[in-house]
Design a protein around this ligand. Structure first.
Ligand code: IPE
Length: 262
């Protein structure tokens, strides 16, 4: 372990589109999960891992309009419990992979401790001495009965409220960071290396699938984290070395997010 770099906390999101096949119900990208777990085992940081939902959460949530909360005319009860149980399955796969790499990981399903959605959800952030794992989930909500709490909101709260956070990393799938144009039209020159909220980009949000905010929400929450003085980077999680370098604060291919007013 390199002494100057030890000890701090890094909060990292494993995007749902990275760890699952986003359009095929409950399909895992096991190789990616295992490679991310391997990266975590090589780091000497105290880690908080926030994973997304991908095909374990978005598809059914979309079908039953869970992000809108309770809709009188719709029977959403079984969908709420099915998505919670699908998310527990995904979380189980993540935990098993981490433990297979010898990591002392503990998971705290948000529906057991969080209430409300968005950046101001309620609930004391659970923290484990080893690696803490939380994820985007269907949570109770006092005004709408239930709703979808995105991992991006968990990222914001963990990165800005727990002690000793050195940086926040969003590992995403398929792209190297925030691109100036949608990925289908982008070349390597279209990667935005430093992004602040005053810069526009043409994000592609798969709103037919996605019930949370896509790249736009990550960028927004990232900027809110940066505003509190914490470094934020978006990296392509399909490149394990980039993720490991990002954890250690080295410069990597990706998008660094800075707050608009600095
Ligand atoms: C969404 O969480 C949670 C559910 C749909 C149940 P995220 O917003 O963190 O998920 P990804 O990363 O977009 O898949």
């Amino acid at each position: 372990m390199s002494a100057p770099d030890m000890g701090g906390t890094v909060v990292i999101k494993w995007g749902g589109g990275l760890i699952t096949e986003k359009s095929q119900l409950c399909t895992i990208n096991q190789t990616v999960v295992d490679s991310l777990a391997d990266v975590c085992s090589k780091s000497d940081k105290r880690l908080v891992i926030v994973h997304g939902a991908g095909s374990y959460g978005h598809l059914k949530s979309k079908e039953f309009r869970l992000a809108e909360g309770n809709i009188e005319s719709l029977d959403q009860d079984s969908a709420v419990s099915e998505v919670r149980s699908d998310m527990l399955k995904l979380n189980g796969i993540v935990l098993e992979s981490l433990r297979n790499k010898g990591i002392d990981a503990r998971s705290y399903p948000p529906h057991t401790w969080a209430n409300g959605v968005g950046a101001t959800f309620k609930g004391k952030l659970p923290l484990h001495d080893g690696v803490t794992v939380v994820y985007g989930d269907v949570v109770d909500d006092t005004s709408t009965d239930f709703g979808i709490l995105s991992g991006d909101d968990l990222m914001y709260r963990y990165a800005t409220e727990i002690p000793g956070v050195e940086r926040a990393i969003f590992a995403i799938g398929e792209v190297d960071g925030i691109l100036r144009v949608p990925p289908s039209r982008a070349s390597s020159e279209d990667l935005i290396e430093v992004w602040s909220p005053d810069m526009e980009f043409e994000g592609e949000h798969a709103s037919a699938i996605d019930v949370t905010g896509g790249i736009g929400l990550k960028a927004q929450r990232g900027a809110m984290i940066a505003e509190k003085g914490i470094d934020v980077i978006i990296v392509n999680g399909e490149y394990p070395q980039r993720v490991l370098d990002a954890i250690h604060g080295k410069s990597v291919v990706g998008t660094k997010i800075v707050s608009g007013n600095c």
